[in-house]
Design a protein around this ligand. Structure first.
Ligand SMILES: Cc1cc2nc3c(=O)[nH]c(=O)nc-3n(C[C@H](O)[C@H](O)[C@H](O)COP(=O)(O)O)c2cc1C
Length: 173
């Protein structure tokens, strides 16, 4: 398997914690962990295998909340890249208890940018396992990436990550 570029943000919270779990499950030697804060389109272009990790800090605060700032800056970089020769997987931090109408929306917002640029997205997840009413991340009946709820279901995270990594790693080049 070629090296995977795992681009994640924000730093210092649940997204970073889960990014490290995903890297460990894939084998740390197979993964470059890259904070989106420091990354440019040319960094994404170096990898054929890419993972994006993001938290959702509310549709209304997408442009203003400090936790979303890393991705605010990175999203225009994401939009510069052509994805057709890449395999992409995504995970998203969110909370389906408090935000059950906007659960992990950020995953859907990123997907909207990369699908028209040819992204082959692996690691879709059945929404049956989550109780949320609406999410921009549900595309054609499936979550476009792995939702993780460290706020209310932290005990499920390891299993979720390990099951998901088991699926995506066979699709990476
Ligand atoms: C102001 C605020 C708004 C949030 N909005 C959403 C939301 O719209 N949808 C969602 O699924 N989670 C939402 N969350 C929950 C976060 O995504 C969740 O706590 C996540 O684990 C934070 O990850 P981080 O520690 O890496 O920032 C929100 C949290 C905060 C503090």
């Amino acid at each position: 398997m070629k090296k995977i570029g795992l681009f994640y943000g924000p730093l210092g919270g649940s997204t970073e914690k889960v990014a490290k779990k995903v890297a460990a499950a894939l084998g740390n030697e197979n993964v470059d962990l890259i904070p989106v804060k420091e990354a440019k389109a040319t960094d994404i272009e170096k990898y054929e295998n890419v993972i994006f990790g993001i938290s959702t800090i509310g549709k209304e605060t997408w442009q203003s909340d400090k936790s979303a700032n890393d991705w605010d800056v990175f999203l225009p970089e994401v939009e510069k890249v052509e994805y057709s020769n890449k395999v992409i997987a995504m995970f998203g931090l969110g909370d389906h208890i408090t935000y059950d109408l906007h659960f992990v929306d950020a995953l859907g917002i990123v997907a909207e940018k990369i699908i028209p640029r040819g992204a082959n997205i692996t690691g879709k997840v059945d929404p049956e396992a989550y109780n949320c009413r609406e999410s921009l991340a549900i595309i054609d009946g499936m979550f476009i990436g792995l939702p993780v709820n460290e706020d209310f279901e932290p005990e499920l995270t390891d299993q979720r990550v390990n099951d998901w990594v088991g699926k995506i790693k066979t699709d990476f080049k």
